[in-house]
Design a protein around this ligand. Structure first.
Ligand code: AMP
Ligand code: MG
Length: 466
């Protein structure tokens, strides 16, 4: 018998030392109104149906124990103390099948970590997070999810002017970040570090032995897989600061993110990323840089003797490159329908990418064309065909593999902008139409040129929305 949907909140995070959080209540908003509710996700979580007052922070669900999490982070390589400045964790929902997920209200009002911020969020960026995280989920990429977006009836002031305010309910395996470890390390609190490591292990890596090096390796392996996944679909996170790297291995903190269309490693859309630190092609190196910051924070856990601890860390960090390459190469082979291994595969793949870069070809559509046999018979194409012939197998086997690795649809920048502009004017129809397309990304048999055409507006810039 399925259980009746209900709130079943637990609070394992709140058992950590008080250094890691401050209890704080959401600030009620004027006029909560649900803009979108994720019914399928609510069902997975075993949560009751929509309730605007709860998802606005005006009413607390049973068992809630609201708190803001403390963390630090390297933002554009500069270390700083942060914490949830506009997000409040209600607790961890225990799902009907025994899962545990953070339920967090983003934009729920000021906290002790707000600094000069207003603790609020604007509707556009919250709907962008909803859209892109649902796309990632459909693409099979680990991600936080969105349960609801509520408008507040209040105005928030941002660079762009007065905007409609909103609260987003975010669902995550946890919100433990690289920056959470950095926070404890900055306080030189080794007991807190130990407690956090053990909490992280129990929550995300229960199969890993109780050992900091083993935990770090599991986290690094997860990150390598995640970043490879991003690269394989052309996803650009946009702001890979260490406070935005979740140790669960989920994609988190969707700000100025976007999907690349024309293939180029230097692609950047974020308005604040002036030097391209977080460009598409830099993401693997940045992930490794972030892991080095995690290793630094974890030093006292690696060994009591600092010198020996540093030596251990120095041995761990460079392994990332190998891990990443492994995931990426496997993924690229799948995109090309290749299920055996040849030494030369890396060259074949790189040659295709170089050709795409030269011609400014659309990343998604080239692989879609290869998948559905619409690709031009070039010199490269002939080499690829020879490679496929060498592996044996049937065209059907290749096709199944390629159709599982190459999306027909990603959230195109022009469609995202169109949907968000309409939504802010009160029309959710384009948003729902786009959502329906991108949550079914593998269907190459639908002909929807409006949704598959690249169309990044000239000079396209995404904003953090803070
Ligand atoms: P983000 O760029 O969204 O990862 O946020 C970086 C930091 O700024 C985090 O500590 C956020 O909680 C904080 N922050 C972002 N926007 C606001 C806001 N409107 N009010 C208060 N804090 C904010
Ligand atoms: Mg953040």
């Amino acid at each position: 018998m399925p259980e009746t949907p209900s709130w079943r909140l637990e609070h394992s995070y709140a058992r950590l030392p008080p250094l890691f959080f401050t209890e704080v209540e959401p600030t009620a908003v004027k006029e909560p109104r649900l803009v979108i509710f994720n019914h399928a996700l609510a069902e997975e979580l075993g949560l009751p149906e929509e309730d605007a007052a709860v998802y606005a922070g005006n009413a607390l669900p049973p068992g809630a124990r609201p708190l803001a999490q403390a963390y630090a982070g390297h933002q554009y390589a500069h270390f700083t103390g942060l914490g949830d400045g506009r997000a409040i964790l209600l607790g961890e929902q225990i799902t009907p099948d025994g899962g545990r997920f953070d339920i967090q209200l983003k934009g729920a009002g000021p906290t002790p970590y707000s600094r000069r911020g207003d603790g609020r969020a604007a509707l556009g960026p919250m709907l962008r997070e909803y859209l892109i995280s649902e796309a990632m989920e459909a693409l099979g990429i680990p991600t936080t999810r969105c349960l609801a977006v509520v408008t507040t009836g209040e105005t928030v002031w941002r660079q762009e002017g007065a905007l409609p305010g909103a609260v987003l309910t975010r669902v995550a395996a946890s919100h433990i970040r690289t920056g959470t470890f950095e926070w404890a390390a900055a306080h030189r609190d080794v007991a807190a570090l130990h407690a956090l490591a053990e909490h992280t292990r129990q929550r995300h890596y229960p199969e890993v032995e109780n050992d900091a090096v083993a935990l770090f390796e599991a986290i690094a392996e997860n990150q390598a897989g995640l970043i490879a996944n991003w690269m394989l679909v052309g996803f650009i996170h946009g702001v890979m600061n260490t406070d935005n790297m979740a140790l669960s291995g989920e994609t988190i903190d969707y700000g100025p993110c976007a999907f690349m269309d024309a293939y180029h490693p230097d692609t950047v859309f974020s308005s604040i990323d002036r030097h391209g630190r977080y460009a598409y092609g830099s993401q693997p190196q940045i992930a490794q840089w972030n892991l080095a910051r995690l290793a630094e924070a974890m030093l006292p856990l690696f060994h009591e003797d600092e010198k020996q601890a540093v030596e251990i860390a120095n041995g761990l960090i460079p392994k990332f490159e190998e891990r990443f390459k492994h995931h990426w190469l496997m993924g690229m082979r799948a995109k090309l329908g290749i299920f055996t291994r040849e030494e030369e595969d890396a060259v074949l793949i790189q040659d295709l990418l170089d050709e795409m870069q030269e011609t400014g070809a659309d990343f998604t559509n080239i692989f879609a064309a290869l998948t559905t046999s619409r690709h031009e018979p070039t010199e490269w194409h002939a080499r690829w065909q020879q490679r496929l012939a060498r592996q044996g197998g049937t065209p059907r086997q290749q096709s199944i593999l390629m159709r599982s690795a190459n999306p027909a649809f990603i959230p195109r920048n022009h469609k995202v902008e169109e949907a968000l502009t309409a939504a802010q004017a009160g029309n959710m129809r384009p948003f729902h139409a786009l959502l329906a397309v991108i949550t079914n990304p593998w269907d190459h048999d639908r002909d929807l040129p409006e949704y598959s055409r690249p169309g990044t507006p000239p000079g396209y810039r995404t904003f953090c929305g803070t």
